[in-house]
Design a protein around this ligand. Structure first.
Ligand code: NAD
Length: 255
């Protein structure tokens, strides 16, 4: 399938590499030239802008770091809506359901179908194709891109309502953030009491406190002191804020 891919960062880089390796024909764009180079070496075509991508292919995927950038890439001066070939827009970023609905309203009058498809499982999951891929949008359109999404991992269809997969993703990331914050507090308490943090992680992972912070983030990046697990803290702050906004929009008091 011919696919445009915009945003070739920690997630978009390995995801687009996997699409090429699975036999898809890619047209890529990122504001950082160096992010495009390795994919061009693998056979992708480099585009000049999101509009250029959308002028070349019917299916455009994005993996972008903020809501503002996402909106600009879709509806800005050089945005996807300026391309005349694009038929469907598959957003793999985490944006929350309100932004997804806003984008849907921009795309609908132009006859461009929106498919929300946020992912979970981190950079390691993007590299290995073991992500949880949440999808919402018209079912027949989702079926058209299912094979491409399956290159990223396990696909979960959440429904046709715009933004529904985003709500699913925010619930997941809220739990992931909670695990990280709570695990940090628990281990800090133990260390102050005199326990070895590696021993603590081993015990927790053999017991009922286990979560992705203790199985992955602590062993790989907190205990070795590198603190980089491929997910910028700013992205997690974005996701927790979006979760709180979304929960409050349903009248769930959070304070
Ligand atoms: P990133 O910052 O590593 O990558 C974003 C990429 O977008 C960069 O290469 C950047 O140059 C590019 N970009 C920025 N502005 C652009 C523009 N105007 N046009 C084209 N490209 C532009 O971010 P990431 O970690 O890959 O995350 C991307 C999305 O995936 C976010 O929504 C994030 O919440 C979500 N996500 C991340 C992870 C993770 O573990 N990193 C996991 C699941 C979901």
């Amino acid at each position: 399938m011919e696919i445009g891919f915009i945003g070739l960062g920690n997630m978009g880089g390995p995801m687009s590499r996997r699409l090429i390796e699975a036999g898809h024909k890619l047209t890529v764009f990122d504001t950082r030239k160096e992010a495009m180079e390795p994919l061009v070496k693998l056979g992708a075509e480099a585009a000049r802008s999101p509009a250029d991508v959308a002028a070349r292919v019917e299916t455009v995927m994005t993996s972008l770091p903020s809501l503002t950038i996402g909106m600009k890439v879709v509806g800005g001066e050089d945005g996807i809506i300026r391309g005349n070939r694009v038929r469907r827009y598959v957003d793999l970023s985490t944006t929350g359901s309100r932004a997804a609905r806003d984008t849907y309203e921009v795309l609908k009058p132009r006859g461009i179908v929106q498919i929300d498809s946020p992912v979970s499982g981190g950079v390691a999951g993007a590299e290995k194709g073991t992500l949880a891929v949440m999808v919402s949008g018209p079912r027949d359109e989702v079926e058209l891109v299912r094979a491409a999404l399956e290159v990223f991992g396990k696909v979960f269809y959440c429904g046709d309502k715009p933004g529904l997969a985003q709500s699913m993703k925010l619930a997941n990331n809220f739990l992931s953030a909670t695990g990280m914050a709570a695990s940090s507090e628990a281990i800090a308490m133990g260390v102050k009491a005199g326990l070895d943090p590696s021993l603590m992680v081993d015990v927790i992972n053999a017991g009922s406190g286990m979560n992705t912070a203790t199985t992955q983030k602590f062993p790989r990046s907190v205990l070795p002191g590198t603190f980089d697990y491929g997910f910028g803290m700013g992205l997690m702050v974005k996701d927790v804020r979006l979760f709180l906004e979304e929960a409050e929009s349903f009248g769930i008091p959070l304070e």
